[in-house]
Write a protein that binds this ligand. Structure first.
Ligand SMILES: NC(=O)c1ccc[n+]([C@@H]2O[C@H](COP(=O)([O-])OP(=O)(O)OC[C@H]3O[C@@H](n4cnc5c(N)ncnc54)[C@H](OP(=O)(O)O)[C@@H]3O)[C@@H](O)[C@H]2O)c1
Length: 253
């Protein structure tokens, strides 16, 4: 039996995945009652208006914004935290914010979740950080109900994975945004770049290092083309700065 605090992007996907796997979801609390009730109804859980009214469960999953984890955890009643493993789901927040609980840990699915986008949860790696081997085994078994890739990691390793996730997701997406705006400014359709984006990512599944797949003018040392590109970006100083920074990174490898 598990309970959730939170009904946002991640709680939505986790609750649905556990429900589909046959795990009983006892209760869900969410600050916004309408969202909390909606998720509770979808996974046949009880909506609880106040954290202080939560019942004991095997695991309580705190899936709220990073900066609210501590204050939400402080509101969990003792009768619940005495028997439940209390976990949060953040890659970037230390497990130690829950250290006043008897059993505590982190349950971090490494993926970018949005409520309205479906995700194949079995392919999402779930990283478990836990101070105590029995609780860790329990959390790992729970994670295996919904994912084929469950890994125990230390607090620092999870932070390092989170940082890497920021680079591969947020940074690359920012570069997509820069290219998208550049195309738009020049009346070109960004959609023509999507097959290239897909191929760039699919190659990584071969298991070789990304460096093996690098191509392009910076990698070849083709300064004639680089200078042409710089001229094309003359009127976009921020994009030019990004182009120059990444070009320097590639040429100096
Ligand atoms: N989404 C992802 O891709 C992803 C992936 C891995 C890990 N995580 C982690 O999962 C956690 C939740 O992220 P999310 O993306 O699901 O967030 P989200 O969609 O923005 O939802 C935030 C949730 O936190 C609740 N909340 C915010 N401030 C609160 C407060 N002061 N008191 C009580 N509840 C509060 C919100 O309640 P209301 O509905 O009332 O606003 C909502 O349920 C975070 O720790 C995040 O780092 C997220």
């Amino acid at each position: 039996m598990i309970s959730f605090i939170g009904a946002g992007n991640l709680a939505h996907h986790l609750a649905h995945a556990f429900y589909a796997a046959g795990i009983e979801i006892l209760e869900i609390h969410n600050r916004n009652e309408a969202l909390g009730r909606q998720l509770s109804q979808a996974v046949e859980a009880q909506y609880i208006p106040h954290i202080s009214d939560l019942s004991p469960a095997d695991v309580v999953i705190i899936a709220v914004s990073d900066n609210s984890i501590q204050s939400v955890a402080n509101q969990i009643p003792k009768r619940v935290s005495q028997s439940a493993i209390v976990v949060h789901t953040s890659g970037g927040i230390s497990v130690s914010v829950l250290q006043d609980k008897e059993q505590y840990g982190v349950f971090y699915p490494l993926q970018s979740f949005l409520i309205h986008r479906s995700i194949e949860m079995r392919t999402v790696p779930i990283f478990v950080t836990c101070h105590n081997p029995t609780s860790s085994d329990f959390l790992q078994s729970l994670a295996r109900y919904i994912s084929d890739e469950v890994i125990a990691v230390s607090d620092i390793q999870r932070s390092q994975l989170h940082l890497s996730a920021v680079m591969v997701n947020n940074f690359t997406n920012h570069i997509f945004q820069v290219a998208h705006e550049y195309c738009k400014d020049n009346q070109l359709n960004f959609k023509y770049l999507i097959p290239l984006i897909k191929e760039t990512v699919l190659r990584l599944e071969e298991g070789k290092t990304p460096k093996t797949f690098q191509t392009g003018p910076a990698f070849r040392g083709d300064w004639t083309t680089i200078e042409k590109h710089r001229l094309l970006l003359e009127k976009s100083p921020r994009s030019l700065a990004l182009y120059n920074f990444i070009t320097d990174q590639i040429t100096s490898q």
